[in-house]
Write a protein that binds this ligand. Sequence first.
Ligand code: HPA
Length: 247
Amino acid sequence: MKIGIIGGTGFYEMKGEEIEIETKHGKILAYYFEKHDREIFFISRHGREHVPAHAVNYYGNMEAMKKIGVEAIIATSTVGSMRKEIKVGSFFIPYDFIDFTKRKSTFYDDVAIHVDMTFPFCPVIRKILIENSLKIGETKEGIYAVTEGPRLETKAEINMLRNFAHAVGMTLSPEVVLAKEAGICYASLCIVSNYASGMQEKLDAQEIKKVYEEKREDVMKIIDETISKIPESRECGCKNAPESGKL
Ligand code: HPA
């Protein structure tokens, strides 16, 4: 099985062969290498130049993964914690999300496909990620609120969002939706880089990136272990999502 990794802020390249994938949404740069007898493709979500969350080429990145034949994606990103008990420097693995962005989130403009999002993430990969993440550090599960960015949230927004979600970030949607529409298994490993607006004195983008960079090795260990454990055959049903969504 071919496995994809989508790297978040502070995670722009990996050792491997650089390949360019042509998509309808432009050329996408990926790094190819082999690990645990698996073919791995790494794409930096924000690109080498780091475009902000609202300008990420989500469609190109996911189309590239599909085109290469990737069947499972491990995505990483940073999030802000909206709960004291979800600590900075710990891991957060979402089981659900609420999309507060204004972005389009479908590949299907001309056909009516309504993918089921009752379980947005692949249950098999999520379980493996949680097991491996717990071995490395404190790990919590929860709901991810997706905001548009690039600005950070106001205190009032966080006070509202924390009623519905545990962590806040800018990139999960449309990525998770596009993976579902592409029939690719997808799970997300988030690094808690800060407490959300109003919970710490001020928010500093450099600080957010620094926490991610400090955790990079741990993230790599978790991904490495996860890659070795993803089963070859897909019993989870993720690949049927687009077909089941047809009207
Ligand atoms: N808000 C939104 N996105 C983020 C945050 C935050 O506090 N931290 C890291 N990504």
